[in-house]
Write a protein that binds this ligand. Sequence first.
Ligand code: XMP
Length: 326
Amino acid sequence: MNERRPDNMTRITTPELADAYIAEQIGALREQIGDKKVLLALSGGVDSSVVAAMLIKAVGDQLVCVHVNHGLLRKGEPEQVIEVFRNQMKANLIYVDATDRFLDKLAGVTDPETKRKIIGGEFIEVFAEEARKLDGIEFLAQGTIWPDILESEAGIKAHHNAGGLPEDMKFELVEPVRILFKDEVRVVGERLGLPAGMVYRQPFPGPGLGVRCPGAITRDRLEAVRESDAILREEFAKNGLEGKVWQYFTVVPDFKSTGVKDGKRTFDWPCIIRAINTTDVMEVTVEHLSDELIDHLVKRILSEVPGINRVLFDYTPKPPATVEYE
Ligand code: XMP
C-alpha cells in the first residue's frame, strides 16, 4: 500500500469531512483486513491513538494493541492509555511495563545518541517479543502521516516506523492516516471519540523524558523531571495555556548547586522550564509567562519536587538552541 494524497484533496477541517473520511477508511480497512488480526504499537500519542480508535471501529477485537511503558512516559500517561482504550473503547490491549528493563540498560549511559539508540532498540525488542507470543497476526498498523512520507522522500527524516522489526517478522502494513496532515488527524480523532486532551496534546519525543534528564538517567532525577513536568502541565492547563503554547516541559540537568532550606544547607538540582511556540519547529520563539505564573511555578516546584532547590527559565530561541536539551 503506497497510497498518495491526491493533489486536490480537500483539507479535513470540519466534523462532516472527518466523518466522511472515517466512513471511507472503515470500508477500506474491512476490505484489506478481512477476518485477520492486526497488531499496533500504541504509544498514546495522537497518531497511534487515532489509528487505534479507527481500527477498533472497523475490526473490533481483531486489533491487538501493545502499549510499552519504557519508564520515560509522562505522569499519568500509561494509566490514560489503559483507561481510554481498554476500559472505555474495549480494545484488546496488552500493557507491558518494561521500566526496569529500559532503565537498567540506560544506567550510566551519558551520550545522547547512544541513549536514543538504546531506547529505540529496546522498544523494538519488547514489541517483537510480545508479537511472537501472538498467533495469526498478518497485519501491522502504523500511525504514519503524510508529513512523514514527505520528509522521508526529501531525505530529512528516516521514516522507519516499520523498520527495525526482525527480518522474520513480516507483516502487511495498515496505515489509515497515511494521507493526512497532523491537524486533520486531530479532527478525525475527535470524531472518533478520543478525549481532547489526547487529540490536542503537545508533541512528545519518542525517547520521552529520557532526553529531559540529560546525561546518565537515574531514577531519582527522572522522578524530579516527571513530577515537575506534571506541575507545569497542570498550571498551564489552569491558566488557559494548554493548546495555546506549542510545547512546554521541564529539564533537570545533572549538576547540583548549593541552597538553604529550614536553616540547613542543601545541595540539589535545578529545574529548567522551557515553553516555546513555533509553526514548523525549525525556528522557535519563547512563550513569555506572567510574573504571577512564574512565581507560582517556582513555589510549587520547590515545595513539591524532592531534589530541586532552584528553578530556572530558558528564554533561548531556536536557533541557536534546539528545543530539547539532547
Ligand atoms: P529539537 O530538539 O530538534 O526538537 O529542536 C524539535 C522537535 O522534535 C522533537 N524531538 C523528537 N521527537 N524523537 C521524536 O520523536 C526524538 O528523538 C526527538 N528529538 C526531538 C522535539 O520535542 C521538538 O518538538
